[in-house]
Design a protein around this ligand. Sequence first.
Ligand code: ZN
Ligand code: ZN
Length: 332
Amino acid sequence: MKTTIEFRKDPVSGDWVLVSTGIQKKPVFFKGEVSKPSPKSRCPFEDPQKSNQEKILLWFPAPGKKDLKDWWVAIFPNKYPVVERSNICPPLERCGIHETKIGVGFQEVIVTRSHDRHFGAMSKGEIELVIEAYQSRYQALSAESCVDYILIIHNHGSRAGATVPHPHSQVFAIPIIPPDVKRSIEGSRKYFHTHKRCVHCDVLRTEIKEKKRLIYQNKSFVVLAPYASRVAYEIRIFPKRHESRFEAIDQEQRNDLADALSVIFSRFIKTLKNPDYNFFIHTAPPKERHARHYHWHMEILPRIATWGGLELGAGIDVVKVAPEETARILRR
Ligand SMILES: [Zn+2]
Ligand SMILES: [Zn+2]
């Protein structure tokens, strides 16, 4: 059967989905159902230059090193992308009540060197380089004319959707605004119009004052368990300074974000016994000129629960650990 790669719009909800059938060829480097990683000898990310990866787009030497043989971060195009690499802007095609856009875009992999050292075991300097890599790819891809959104994600473990156990993040640059991002942006726009204030700044003020769901803070960032968490141990990280764009953070904020991530992920290892998780960055769309109402942030979702009918049929997430309990456990 012919490969299909297209964004399709749900005619009722208006939400986009991606139908991408080519990825079935992709090998999976996890053994069994639970995250039992395959050995380093079979890892496709060990030596990205030699292991048949695509051409390296960017390297970062390890903290304190200058030579590329001492690389810590390497970035290359995904060998099995769910979108088709192209800088041709896909037109919106209509067929009766259905709307489609060809699934073009860019999908890149950001790999850190160590096979088994995940965020919880990295140094702050090493995490800071990953953040710098995110920013540099974000900036490069936002110059692409057909890109409407750039999503940076990290899947840790097979339950979180990772197919390679070696720590890596991904950047998706796509010609649509993803539904969750659209809801997040519309919600903050509406609040801003009504109250003339940022909803997230208001939330942060409350959470810092009440301390019930506060997990950690440093000079630039607040780490908390959201009031209406969708899964047990859900975490969000917000910059204290109102800023709509992640890609605009400065050196001091990079440093403080690395500190916050290091604290949270090392507590995940110590306290939660290293669960599989996803994290992603929600930032204003690159071409959105009126995004002053938006407050960029990171969301971290441990993959402990399995969705049942209530979640899928009603969109009501059942959370088995109260956010206040999450905060109490992870504050230690
Ligand atoms: Zn590896
Ligand atoms: Zn704000």
